[in-house]
Ligand binder design. Structure first.
Ligand SMILES: [Fe+2]
Ligand SMILES: [Fe+2]
Length: 159
């Protein structure tokens, strides 16, 4: 079924392709070839500043305001954090597999392991920032100390 948001999803696909190309370009840089790759780097900066940044600004200005009310009415505000936990589980599974195959692996396996480690680190830092800036302050402001204490007690029971 087509919807008016098909173009929006297509733009996201284009962004994903640009990000993939960016990673490959940056990873292929060496101190010797850097000068000859100036054009490629210029293309990436152009994408980041003139495509990705306005995309995010348009989302904040136009897409998020109507979504905010709908999430409160029909959605689940905490769902994005749960989704990040699922992504984290997938990354941990990838890291586990790569770590086990590393002793007989090659340079490519090692490189993948390093990349997954970076992704895990970035995701968890951002995730923690969201929990500490968006979730904990709400609980601290609106729950009694006894209720907060009860949550911490149950958290510890689960590791
Ligand atoms: Fe987007
Ligand atoms: Fe979490």
């Amino acid at each position: 079924m087509s919807t008016p948001f098909d173009d929006f999803r297509a733009h996201h696909k284009g962004i994903a392709a640009e990000l993939e190309a960016m990673e490959q370009t940056v990873e292929a840089l060496t101190p010797r070839n850097m000068k000859s790759k100036a054009g490629d780097l210029g293309h990436i900066v152009h994408f980041l500043l003139d495509d990705l940044t306005p995309h995010a600004q348009a989302e904040e200005g136009v897409l998020y305001p109507p979504a905010e009310g709908l999430i409160k009415q029909h959605g689940k505000a905490i769902a994005p954090l749960e989704l990040e936990h699922r992504t984290l589980e997938a990354l941990i599974s990838q890291f586990h597999d790569l770590a086990e195959s590393l002793p007989i692996g090659d340079a490519e396996t090692l490189h993948s392991l390093q990349q997954v480690a970076h992704h895990i680190s970035f995701l968890v830092r951002l995730h923690i920032e969201k929990e500490e800036k968006l979730v904990l302050p709400l609980l601290e402001e609106h729950l009694s100390p006894a209720e907060q204490q009860g949550i911490m007690h149950r958290m510890h029971g689960h590791g």
